[in-house]
Write a protein that binds this ligand. Structure first.
Ligand code: SF4
Length: 594
């Protein structure tokens, strides 16, 4: 028997899965009847998911207890001062059911994100609403600009859709797709805003802006041109390390073509992340790339757009980026590992260690579970029913239970058990919630689509009411004191010998869920040997890493993947100026051999 389901990991692709048994062994494969599955699941599902060692025993104060005893204790310690901190270990919508519990208790949940908050705020500034660009539209483009998005690792199922396109890659690292590109612009980190503004200025100077589209949908384009003219070309190109010839080549590639920009998380891991997306969108609008076949700017979209979400309930909020854990007697950590994945992890671990009742509700032993007083084993996404929506495409999947789990508990079951113990009312059945989501989807050719799905988004304008696109018209940046390379150029930060920290995702892990390592990749010209141990330090902390050498990395950067042990000892817990997002890369790093 084959059971259809979907992958629940935090990933653009949200693959459709078929599960079957062969000789008593569970076999997972891509559902090839689905239009976005193209033959294979990635190695995380194939190699890591089923072999990972799970937490199987509930624990209180380091002692094994029954599930019932553990849940009794959870119910006893939860109150209106309690905080729920949920990670993105599982993207099924039912994970959010615990918000209903916290709302009933008048407790706290979090606001802000460790992921795309800044970029999303920038998209909303220009477009008013963050819609998905479908892979089928991307496939109709002539030119694809991959901007800060390591597609072969984070979005590999999109690769067939961009096969044969003219390809420009903008990335500080020569990532695998950059090696196949017509042009790789190895930009200095955190300069993406400036590149977008410069490109827009060159588009205007070249006369290839889309006047007729702008007249209808973005009529303030001439003011935007004036804004781009406030930026000094020579100083900015010099700072970016990009010469005029490269700018000319980029304009050649995109002039009068169907262009898609695929923008990744990397460009917005900064305090100025919202400005970066707003600037890239403004470049897209200048070229008239919205609402047309084969065109668009694609960023992490709002996966729940258009749904009536029954779990969107009111609760008191604390910030997710710099959560004040120690102010709460009880903290419930669900599907996450804040002690490793949050920025400034020394501070986070200190805060977590002061929580009287830290509850870890998850799958694997990790830094957070080891700090916890109560541990509750969860079910993984194969072991329960759920609904999968996606921030990378418009498809919706029903996640059907594939495996029984004797030891874990689902988020719905957990919530129901606590409701019963605390004699709370108002919780509906699991089937009612799942049906509520399912009855809202569109069905086309046997596939389910989000209610907000549009074949060509923004055809009728922006926002909810067909408004105009709003161009960027302001930018402040305290981190680099350059006054926008406008009138005064106060400080040339390229003289700074510290390295930019780049923290991309790894191919063998989802965030910190599976494999961890201690590798830092640097350019050979920095004088280290392969395998040297180095200490990397920032104003937030220091950690030891093993050197890997690569000429693919800029000489002013160090790459430490997001699943490296202690990488977040180095990262700042500052919050983006807009969007309440984490700013993992807003930091410079010193280095020395140990
Ligand atoms: S992790 Fe991503 S690419 Fe891998 S199977 Fe899941 S959705 Fe597909």
């Amino acid at each position: 028997m084959t059971i259809k389901s979907a992958c629940g990991f935090d990933c653009y692709d949200a693959c459709a899965i078929e599960a079957s048994y062969e000789d008593g062994e569970l076999k997972l494969q891509a559902d090839n009847s689905h239009p976005y599955s193209n033959g294979a699941l990635c190695r995380v599902v194939n190699q890591e998911l089923l072999k990972a060692t799970r937490i199987t025993k509930p624990m209180i104060d380091g002692k094994e207890v029954s599930m019932s005893e553990a849940l009794d204790e959870v119910a006893r310690v939860l109150d209106s001062n309690s905080l729920l901190w949920r990670g993105s270990g599982n993207f099924g919508v039912m994970q959010q059911i615990t918000d209903v519990l916290m709302s009933k208790l008048d407790g706290y949940t979090t606001k802000g994100t460790l992921c795309d908050g800044a970029g999303d705020a920038g998209v909303l500034e220009g477009r008013g609403i963050n819609k998905t660009l479908s892979p089928q539209q991307i496939a109709k483009a002539d030119v694809v600009v991959v901007w800060g998005r390591n597609i072969t690792v984070t979005n590999s199922h999109l690769m067939p859709f961009i096969e044969g396109k003219e390809l420009i890659v903008i990335d500080p690292i020569k990532i695998p797709i950059a090696k196949k590109a017509n042009l790789h612009v190895q930009i200095k980190p955190r300069m993406d805003y400036y590149l977008a503004i410069m490109l827009a200025r060159f588009v205007f100077m070249d006369g290839c802006e889309d006047n007729s589209w702008c007249e209808e949908f973005a009529s303030e384009y001439e003011e935007f041109y004036e804004y781009t003219r406030e930026h000094r070309i020579k100083a900015i190109l010099e700072e970016m390390g990009i010469d005029l010839a490269i700018m000319g080549q980029m304009i050649e590639y995109i002039r009068d073509k169907k262009v898609v920009f695929l923008v990744g998380n990397g460009v917005q891991k900064y305090s100025i992340g919202s400005y970066v997306l707003h600037a890239i969108d403004s470049l897209g609008a200048t070229l008239g790339l919205f609402g047309k076949e084969g065109c668009g700017v694609d960023f992490i979209s709002n996966s729940k757009l258009g749904f009536d979400n029954p779990f969107d309930v009111k609760s008191k909020k604390v910030h997710k980026v710099n959560t004040p854990f120690s102010k709460h007697n009880t903290v419930l950590v669900q599907g996450g590992n804040p002690a490793e994945s949050m920025p400034n992890s020394n501070k986070v671990r200190d805060e977590l260690s002061k929580v009287s009742n830290l509850i870890y509700f998850g799958l694997y032993e990790n830094e957070t579970s080891r700090l916890s007083r109560i541990v509750i084993p969860a079910k993984n996404f194969l072991e329960k029913d759920d609904i999968r929506v996606s921030y990378g495409h418009g498809y919706v999947h029903k996640m059907n239970k594939v495996l029984e789990c004797e030891f874990g508990i689902s988020e719905y079951e957990f919530t129901k058990e606590i409701f019963a113990r605390l004699k709370l009312d108002g919780l509906k059945s699991e089937d009612e919630y799942i049906s509520h989501w399912l009855k809202q989807v569109k069905v086309e050719e046997n596939t389910m689509l989000s209610p907000s799905y549009e074949e060509i988004p923004y055809q009728d304008g922006f926002g909810d009411d067909g408004d105009e696109f709003e161009f960027i018209d302001d930018f402040d940046d305290d981190f680099i004191d350059t006054k926008r390379f406008r009138k005064i150029r106060k400080k040339k930060h390229s003289d700074d010998e510290r390295l930019w920290l780049i923290t991309p995702k790894a191919s063998n892990s989802i965030n910190t869920q599976f494999n961890q390592h201690n590798k830092a990749t640097l350019h050979p010209s920095l004088g280290y040997k392969q395998g040297d141990m180095i200490e990397l330090s920032s104003e937030y902390g220091s950690a030891i890493f093993e050197v890997e050498l690569s000429e693919d990395v800029r000489v002013d950067c160090v790459v430490v993947k997001a699943n490296a042990k202690n990488v977040n000892v180095l990262t700042p817990d500052i919050v983006s100026e807009y969007g309440d997002g984490a700013c993992y890369q807003e930091v410079k790093i010193t280095h020395k051999k140990v």
